[in-house]
Write a protein that binds this ligand. Structure first.
Ligand code: PCA
Length: 214
Protein backbone atom coordinates (compact mmCIF):
# COMPACT_ATOMS: atom_id res chain seq x y z
CA UNK A 1 0.00 0.00 0.00
CA UNK A 2 1.24 3.47 -0.86
CA UNK A 3 2.41 5.64 2.01
CA UNK A 4 1.60 9.31 2.31
CA UNK A 5 3.81 12.31 3.00
CA UNK A 6 1.76 15.27 4.16
CA UNK A 7 3.18 18.61 3.03
CA UNK A 8 1.49 21.79 4.15
CA UNK A 9 1.83 25.44 3.20
CA UNK A 10 0.03 28.44 4.66
CA UNK A 11 -2.53 30.87 3.34
CA UNK A 12 -1.29 34.45 2.74
CA UNK A 13 -1.27 36.70 5.82
CA UNK A 14 -0.21 40.16 6.93
CA UNK A 15 -1.53 41.87 3.79
CA UNK A 16 0.33 39.64 1.31
CA UNK A 17 -1.56 38.22 -1.65
CA UNK A 18 0.40 34.99 -1.80
CA UNK A 19 2.33 32.81 0.55
CA UNK A 20 5.39 31.16 -1.06
CA UNK A 21 4.97 28.18 1.25
CA UNK A 22 1.70 27.22 -0.41
CA UNK A 23 3.01 28.12 -3.87
CA UNK A 24 5.70 25.50 -3.27
CA UNK A 25 3.64 22.92 -1.38
CA UNK A 26 0.85 22.79 -3.96
CA UNK A 27 3.32 21.83 -6.68
CA UNK A 28 4.23 18.74 -4.67
CA UNK A 29 0.71 17.30 -4.60
CA UNK A 30 0.85 13.85 -6.19
CA UNK A 31 4.65 13.80 -6.42
CA UNK A 32 6.37 10.50 -5.57
CA UNK A 33 9.62 11.23 -3.73
CA UNK A 34 10.48 7.51 -3.63
CA UNK A 35 8.65 4.39 -4.79
CA UNK A 36 5.36 3.68 -3.03
CA UNK A 37 5.26 7.08 -1.36
CA UNK A 38 3.06 9.95 -2.54
CA UNK A 39 2.72 13.54 -1.35
CA UNK A 40 -0.58 15.04 -0.31
CA UNK A 41 -0.37 18.84 -0.14
CA UNK A 42 -2.80 20.91 1.91
CA UNK A 43 -3.07 24.63 2.58
CA UNK A 44 -3.37 25.50 6.26
CA UNK A 45 -5.20 28.54 7.56
CA UNK A 46 -2.82 31.15 8.93
CA UNK A 47 -4.68 31.03 12.22
CA UNK A 48 -3.63 29.48 15.52
CA UNK A 49 -6.70 27.38 16.29
CA UNK A 50 -7.78 26.46 12.77
CA UNK A 51 -4.35 25.29 11.64
CA UNK A 52 -3.95 23.04 14.69
CA UNK A 53 -7.40 21.58 14.13
CA UNK A 54 -6.72 21.05 10.41
CA UNK A 55 -3.45 19.28 11.17
CA UNK A 56 -4.81 16.84 13.69
CA UNK A 57 -7.73 15.96 11.39
CA UNK A 58 -5.42 15.48 8.41
CA UNK A 59 -3.02 13.29 10.35
CA UNK A 60 -5.85 11.14 11.72
CA UNK A 61 -7.28 10.74 8.22
CA UNK A 62 -4.11 10.26 6.17
CA UNK A 63 -1.89 8.42 8.68
CA UNK A 64 1.18 9.91 6.94
CA UNK A 65 4.67 8.47 7.28
CA UNK A 66 6.14 11.99 7.36
CA UNK A 67 4.73 15.48 7.84
CA UNK A 68 6.63 18.47 6.54
CA UNK A 69 5.14 21.89 7.13
CA UNK A 70 6.39 24.90 5.19
CA UNK A 71 5.96 28.55 6.10
CA UNK A 72 7.01 31.97 4.86
CA UNK A 73 9.71 33.75 6.85
CA UNK A 74 9.72 37.23 5.32
CA UNK A 75 13.14 38.85 5.44
CA UNK A 76 15.11 35.65 5.85
CA UNK A 77 17.74 35.17 3.20
CA UNK A 78 17.86 31.39 2.90
CA UNK A 79 15.94 28.17 3.36
CA UNK A 80 15.69 27.55 7.11
CA UNK A 81 15.39 24.03 8.50
CA UNK A 82 13.83 24.59 11.89
CA UNK A 83 15.44 22.78 14.80
CA UNK A 84 13.34 24.06 17.72
CA UNK A 85 9.65 24.57 18.44
CA UNK A 86 8.87 26.50 21.63
CA UNK A 87 5.77 26.37 23.79
CA UNK A 88 5.04 30.09 23.55
CA UNK A 89 2.84 32.30 21.42
CA UNK A 90 3.63 36.01 21.04
CA UNK A 91 1.62 37.25 18.08
CA UNK A 92 2.92 40.58 16.78
CA UNK A 93 -0.04 40.82 14.38
CA UNK A 94 -3.48 39.19 14.52
CA UNK A 95 -3.83 35.88 12.70
CA UNK A 96 -6.27 35.53 9.80
CA UNK A 97 -9.07 34.79 12.31
CA UNK A 98 -8.37 38.05 14.14
CA UNK A 99 -6.75 36.36 17.14
CA UNK A 100 -3.60 37.88 18.68
CA UNK A 101 -2.59 35.78 21.68
CA UNK A 102 0.32 37.00 23.78
CA UNK A 103 2.42 35.19 26.36
CA UNK A 104 0.40 31.99 26.24
CA UNK A 105 1.60 28.42 25.69
CA UNK A 106 0.88 26.56 22.47
CA UNK A 107 -0.09 23.51 24.53
CA UNK A 108 -1.00 24.06 28.18
CA UNK A 109 1.32 21.96 30.33
CA UNK A 110 3.47 20.87 27.37
CA UNK A 111 7.28 20.87 27.50
CA UNK A 112 8.99 24.23 26.97
CA UNK A 113 10.42 23.10 23.65
CA UNK A 114 10.75 20.24 21.22
CA UNK A 115 13.70 19.55 18.96
CA UNK A 116 13.22 18.34 15.42
CA UNK A 117 14.21 14.71 15.03
CA UNK A 118 14.61 14.69 11.28
CA UNK A 119 18.18 14.36 9.94
CA UNK A 120 18.53 18.13 9.55
CA UNK A 121 22.28 18.06 8.96
CA UNK A 122 21.93 15.53 6.17
CA UNK A 123 19.14 17.63 4.69
CA UNK A 124 21.28 20.76 4.91
CA UNK A 125 24.24 19.02 3.33
CA UNK A 126 22.07 17.91 0.40
CA UNK A 127 20.85 21.48 -0.11
CA UNK A 128 24.39 22.86 -0.07
CA UNK A 129 25.55 20.18 -2.49
CA UNK A 130 22.86 21.49 -4.85
CA UNK A 131 24.07 25.08 -4.30
CA UNK A 132 20.91 26.11 -2.47
CA UNK A 133 21.38 28.77 0.24
CA UNK A 134 20.18 27.13 3.45
CA UNK A 135 20.83 26.90 7.18
CA UNK A 136 19.55 25.21 10.27
CA UNK A 137 17.54 27.75 12.24
CA UNK A 138 17.21 27.71 16.01
CA UNK A 139 14.05 29.77 16.18
CA UNK A 140 10.84 29.38 14.24
CA UNK A 141 9.53 32.63 15.76
CA UNK A 142 6.53 32.95 18.08
CA UNK A 143 3.68 33.15 15.58
CA UNK A 144 1.57 30.59 13.70
CA UNK A 145 4.52 28.67 12.20
CA UNK A 146 6.19 27.99 15.53
CA UNK A 147 2.82 27.06 16.99
CA UNK A 148 2.13 24.66 14.11
CA UNK A 149 5.56 23.12 14.46
CA UNK A 150 5.05 22.71 18.20
CA UNK A 151 1.67 21.01 17.64
CA UNK A 152 3.30 18.69 15.12
CA UNK A 153 6.08 17.76 17.56
CA UNK A 154 3.48 17.18 20.26
CA UNK A 155 1.61 14.81 17.93
CA UNK A 156 4.91 13.17 16.99
CA UNK A 157 5.39 12.23 20.63
CA UNK A 158 1.98 10.59 20.76
CA UNK A 159 2.08 8.93 17.34
CA UNK A 160 5.79 8.32 16.65
CA UNK A 161 5.43 10.37 13.52
CA UNK A 162 8.45 12.08 11.88
CA UNK A 163 7.70 15.79 11.50
CA UNK A 164 9.61 18.84 10.34
CA UNK A 165 9.24 22.52 9.55
CA UNK A 166 10.91 24.53 6.81
CA UNK A 167 10.76 28.32 6.59
CA UNK A 168 11.32 29.83 3.16
CA UNK A 169 12.05 33.45 2.22
CA UNK A 170 9.64 35.70 0.34
CA UNK A 171 9.02 34.91 -3.30
CA UNK A 172 10.59 37.49 -5.68
CA UNK A 173 7.14 38.88 -6.60
CA UNK A 174 6.66 39.95 -2.98
CA UNK A 175 9.81 42.06 -2.89
CA UNK A 176 10.02 43.79 -6.28
CA UNK A 177 10.45 47.28 -4.88
CA UNK A 178 11.48 47.01 -1.26
CA UNK A 179 14.98 45.56 -1.40
CA UNK A 180 14.09 42.66 0.87
CA UNK A 181 15.62 39.24 0.30
CA UNK A 182 13.74 36.66 -1.72
CA UNK A 183 14.27 33.20 -3.14
CA UNK A 184 12.89 31.90 -6.42
CA UNK A 185 10.02 29.48 -6.03
CA UNK A 186 11.73 26.92 -8.29
CA UNK A 187 14.74 26.80 -6.01
CA UNK A 188 12.53 26.58 -2.92
CA UNK A 189 10.63 23.72 -4.56
CA UNK A 190 13.86 21.85 -5.34
CA UNK A 191 14.97 22.39 -1.74
CA UNK A 192 11.79 20.98 -0.25
CA UNK A 193 11.92 17.99 -2.60
CA UNK A 194 15.49 17.22 -1.55
CA UNK A 195 14.59 17.53 2.13
CA UNK A 196 11.71 15.09 1.75
CA UNK A 197 13.89 12.56 -0.05
CA UNK A 198 16.64 12.79 2.55
CA UNK A 199 14.16 12.58 5.43
CA UNK A 200 12.64 9.43 3.92
CA UNK A 201 15.88 7.67 3.11
CA UNK A 202 18.55 8.55 5.66
CA UNK A 203 18.65 6.74 8.97
CA UNK A 204 21.37 8.72 10.64
CA UNK A 205 22.14 12.38 10.74
CA UNK A 206 25.39 13.38 9.04
CA UNK A 207 28.05 15.32 10.84
CA UNK A 208 28.06 18.73 9.18
CA UNK A 209 29.10 22.07 10.54
CA UNK A 210 26.22 24.31 11.55
CA UNK A 211 25.19 26.55 14.46
CA UNK A 212 25.22 30.29 15.05
CA UNK A 213 27.36 32.61 17.16
CA UNK A 214 24.73 35.30 17.71
N1 PCA B 1 4.59 32.32 8.21
C1 PCA B 1 4.15 32.75 9.51
C2 PCA B 1 2.80 32.11 9.67
C3 PCA B 1 2.40 31.57 8.36
C4 PCA B 1 3.60 31.70 7.52
O1 PCA B 1 3.70 31.28 6.37
C5 PCA B 1 5.15 32.43 10.62
O2 PCA B 1 6.36 32.36 10.35
O3 PCA B 1 4.74 32.24 11.76
Amino acid sequence: MKKTVLVTGFAPFGGETLNPSWQVAKQLHGWQPIAEVEVVAVELACAFLESAEQLSQLIAKLQPCLVLAIGQAGGRTQICLEHVAINLIEARIPDNAGQQPSGVPVVEGGPDAYFCQLPLKSMLKALHQHAIPAAISYTAGTYVCNSTFYHLCHLRKQMHLPVGFIHIPYAPSQTINNGVASLGLDLALTAVKLCIQVALTSNNDDSYQTGTLD
